[in-house]
Write a protein that binds this ligand. Structure first.
Ligand code: ADP
Length: 484
């Protein structure tokens, strides 16, 4: 099969969260299964920082609501997967991808309508007619409607024949791409589409249109696929998802163990370990405490947090319980960035408990690896969590996760087996889970070791999940003659 995988971010060129890792490793696994898969993303400034070997493969114009805009297409290889960058200085040559701090770029709708059209034009420029176009999150959500209403619709573009099937993956339903109704002309679509497919409480909602107009909709865990059809989790789109249940599938994300494995990790001070010999983990812990300026308190449990510091991640529960957790004679190290009120809280906590708390506000991939390796426990008390990658990375490093039972956390962590869980989103139950973890760590070391070994042996690599995506594609394409 031929697949175009369209994503606003792909590791290592641009990453704000888990989507980027998925957009790198899922296509690679699909390629390994014998398919012709290519990826495409915008060429932000961050792409240049990675210094990929690129060649210019095409230049074309894209018709938008206010005229023709130029696009230059660059090609590189990302772990063997052909990857295209859409270059338009005015839209993408920016440090930040979608917003500066809390301030969204005012031209985001124009930018990503342009990107979706440029991705379709890319197929023509390269004479690559995909069987399936796989879109990811709101930045790519208008592609199905652009394809069906414009390219294969009133323009009757002969190239898109047969019309590629569209798969849309929801990585996080709380980000929907909502814009004021007066932005409608930017979409250059007949008004009927607004009424039928985009309108949502008087606004344009890009995700709603993608749910309506894609041939299949997937999300990133089975439990999340159930949850988003319910009021508290669907962020308003629950009824629309419920009505479209027949085309909704939950497929758990995989992870790339070449990047996230304690026996090969290049970022852990040159120290490695495995399930059979875990001594290296404790040497990494010592170095990590040193890096954070914390005293090396031997077997005092070191609790790690790596997160976007936003409400979704349950930071309010950490706030509510942090001092109580430290009173259990623990240390806590934090890596994250997000809402300033959380920055201020963690800075305050560090000042108040300088020998117990280490804080790094910012994005630091290498440090994330060292925390996964050097911490004993990992906190993820999310309010909701579509899949979550950090708890899966933690398992591989024998860093037992303490999570709320929601979304992908519920699908990957079993209480007392490979981590500790709680259900009700409240500080009492969260603290209870941490307390139980500290108790097992301190008083039942043989049980702790057993849980570490179980966690480290688990396999969440992409192979199985990639097969499930391929099945979705095959069901849509139906024409098995074009399948490999
Ligand atoms: P989400 O996509 O909702 O942010 P995930 O758990 O799916 O959550 O993925 C988060 C990814 O981003 C992980 O790879 C994690 O290591 C990384 N990450 C999050 N915050 C930081 C940070 N401040 N520095 C480095 N990596 C981070």
């Amino acid at each position: 099969m031929k697949i175009l995988f369209v994503s606003p971010e792909i590791t290592p060129f641009a990453k704000t969260g888990g989507l980027a890792d998925v957009a790198q490793s899922l296509p690679e696994a699909i390629k390994a299964a014998g398919h012709d898969v290519r990826t495409i993303m915008p060429k932000y400034l961050s792409v240049l920082k990675e210094k990929p070997a690129m060649k210019r493969v095409a230049a074309y114009t894209v018709q938008t609501h206010n005229g023709l805009h130029s696009a230059v297409l660059w090609q590189t290889e990302n772990n063997g997967v052909p990857t295209y960058f859409v270059d338009n200085e005015a839209f993408f040559n920016r440090e930040d991808f979608y917003a500066i701090g809390d301030w969204n770029y005012p031209d985001n709708l124009e930018r990503f309508v342009f990107f979706c059209k440029a991705a379709l034009e890319c197929c023509k420029a390269l004479d690559f007619l995909p069987d399936v176009i796989h879109c990811n999150d709101w930045q790519t959500a208008v592609l199905p409607v652009m394809l069906k209403a414009i390219y294969a619709g009133y323009r009757q573009d002969a190239f898109f024949h047969p019309i590629p099937k569209c798969v849309y993956t929801i990585h996080n339903i709380s980000y929907q791409g909502r814009f004021p109704e007066d932005h409608w002309p930017i979409l250059s679509l007949p008004r009927g589409y607004y009424t039928n497919d985009f309108e949502f409480f008087g606004q344009i909602n890009l995700t709603k249109s993608a749910i309506h107009l894609s041939d299949a909709v997937t999300t990133v865990s089975k439990t999340y696929a159930q949850e988003i059809r319910k009021t508290d989790f669907g962020f308003g789109l629950q009824d629309i998802l419920q009505r479209n249940s027949a085309k909704l599938t939950g497929i758990l994300n995989g992870v790339d163990y070449r990047s996230w494995s304690p026996d090969t990790d290049p970022d852990t001070y040159g120290i490695h370990y495995s399930a059979d010999d875990r001594s290296g983990k404790y040497r990494i812990r010592t170095r990590l405490r040193e890096e954070y300026g914390l005293p090396d308190k031997g077997d005092v449990p070191l609790i790690g947090v790596i997160s976007r510091l936003v409400e979704q991640k349950g930071i309010d529960l950490i706030k509510a319980c942090a001092e109580q957790i430290l009173q259990l004679d623990t240390q806590m190290i934090v890596l994250g960035s997000g809402d300033s009120m959380y920055h201020e809280f963690f800075e305050w906590l560090r000042r108040s408990y300088p020998d117990r708390v280490g804080v790094y506000i910012g994005f630091n991939n290498a440090l994330a690896h060292r925390i996964e390796a050097g911490a004993d426990m990992f906190l993820m008390p999310s309010l909701f969590e579509p899949c979550g990658l950090n708890q899966i990375y933690s398992l591989k490093y024998g860093t037992l996760p303490i999570v709320r039972q929601t979304g992908g956390l519920a699908d990957t962590i079993q209480d007392g087996v490979n981590g500790f869980t709680f259900f009700d989103f409240n500080a009492h139950f969260f603290f209870d889970a941490v307390n139980r973890a500290v108790d097992v760590y301190r008083n039942r070391p043989e049980k702790w070791e057993e849980m570490m070994v179980t966690a480290m042996a688990q396999d969440f690599s992409w192979n199985r999940s990639a097969e499930k995506y391929i099945t979705v594609y095959k069901q849509l394409v139906g024409n098995f003659s074009s399948l490999t």
